[in-house]
Design a protein around this ligand. Structure first.
Ligand code: HEM
Length: 159
């Protein structure tokens, strides 16, 4: 039983660092870059700063994924994926899959190059796109956190 408590604590710690970082980047860093830098400088400047956070996000999403799958296995929750009352389980998995694909596959393989090339052609709209993508990911993440905590503690959204 205590292994479940420890895995849950590790899971939540990883989520705090990871989604907290996404919130910081979205609500503070990106608006500051927009205010302080010219459109032509924004993407490269943001890229230089965010690179460090990308490693933190990779490590914490990996820990969140491992602890999350361990919890599913130990709590026998596998059959609950797809059940409306447990939509928050699907939401967590979806958010994790999107970030994992972005951080481990799309970013290193092509997304980074694609953004850099697009920023040369259309700097202002590329920065807007980066900012919009961060908002979408942050909102999805917050929905997953809200759903998980409320769902685990007995709030039923759908029966
Ligand atoms: C592979 C991905 C993930 C899996 C398999 C997973 C699985 C789980 C499981 C099984 C629990 C315990 C549920 C319970 O106590 O009944 C849990 C808790 C939690 N998860 Fe995830 N999770 C994943 C990713 C995420 C993500 C991406 C977030 C946030 C965006 C998240 C946020 C939370 C939170 C806040 C809790 C604590 C709920 C509470 O105890 O009040 N998880 N997760």
């Amino acid at each position: 039983m205590s292994d479940i408590a420890i895995a849950l604590a590790i899971h939540v710690l990883a989520i705090v660092l990871w989604i907290g970082g996404v919130a910081m980047v979205t609500t503070i860093l990106l608006p500051a870059v927009r205010r302080l830098k010219s459109p032509a400088e924004r993407v490269a400047f943001f890229d230089a700063i965010e690179r460090r956070f990308a490693w933190q996000a990779r490590a914490t999403s990996l820990i969140a994924g491992i602890s999350g799958f361990y919890l599913v296995y130990r709590m026998n929750l596998g059959a609950m994926f797809g059940a409306p009352a447990f939509w928050w389980l699907d939401a967590m998995l979806l958010v994790w899959l999107i970030f994992t694909l972005m951080l481990f596959i799309a970013e290193p393989l092509f997304l980074h190059k694609w953004f850099a090339a697009r920023a040369l052609r259309a700097p202002a709209s590329t920065f807007d796109l980066i900012q919009r993508m961060h908002w979408v990911l942050l909102i999805l993440s917050l929905i997953a956190v809200f759903g998980a905590v409320a769902g685990v503690n007995g709030l039923t959204f759908f029966s």
